[in-house]
Structure formats: C-alpha cells, structure tokens
Design a protein around this ligand. Sequence first.
Ligand SMILES: [Ca+2]
Ligand SMILES: [Ca+2]
Ligand SMILES: [Ca+2]
Length: 96
Amino acid sequence: MAQEAMYEGHKGQLDTNDNDAVSRREYQAFMATAFGKLDADNDGSLSQAETPNILSANQFATTDANGDGRVSRDEFMNRVMKDFAAADKDGDGRLQ
Ligand SMILES: [Ca+2]
Ligand SMILES: [Ca+2]
Ligand SMILES: [Ca+2]
C-alpha cells in the first residue's frame, strides 16, 4: 500500500497563488518552511519527537536515508520531492 504523502490535507495552504494547482515551487517553499517549524530545537535535523503527528515511525525510518535516527534537511526535502514526483502523474510539475 502506498504511504500517505505528507502534503495530504495541506493542499489549500500549498496553493499559495490560488490557481487550483500546486506547482513544484509552491510545494518546495511550503516544505522548506515546514521543516523550519518542525525543527523545534533548531539543530538542522528532525528527531522522531519533533515529528510525532507528521511522520509515522515507518515514514520516519524511510525518510532517514542514512539511518542515523535524524532526518536532515536534505533527507526531508528528498523525501517530500519524491512524494511530489509520485503525485505528479502527468509530469507537468503541478499537482491539480
Ligand atoms: Ca498554485
Ligand atoms: Ca531538531
Ligand atoms: Ca539521517
């Protein structure tokens, strides 16, 4: 079963110019901001304790690509941009 993408439930916030489509740029900006908000202790990475409602243990483990128990900004952005690519089925760089 496919994992639920992190943007589910945030589409209204993601579409910042209100054109009923989420561009890659809108998505990326939202996720970069989200990372900053989630990183409560500002150490540049996310612990599982910082993401209790965002990532399940399983999602955390798959996002933590190097398995050090922390999700770095790069690991986070890689993961969410993969979600974007998977959701963008027609490959036009926008989610409708
Ligand atoms: Ca838009
Ligand atoms: Ca942190
Ligand atoms: Ca890591």
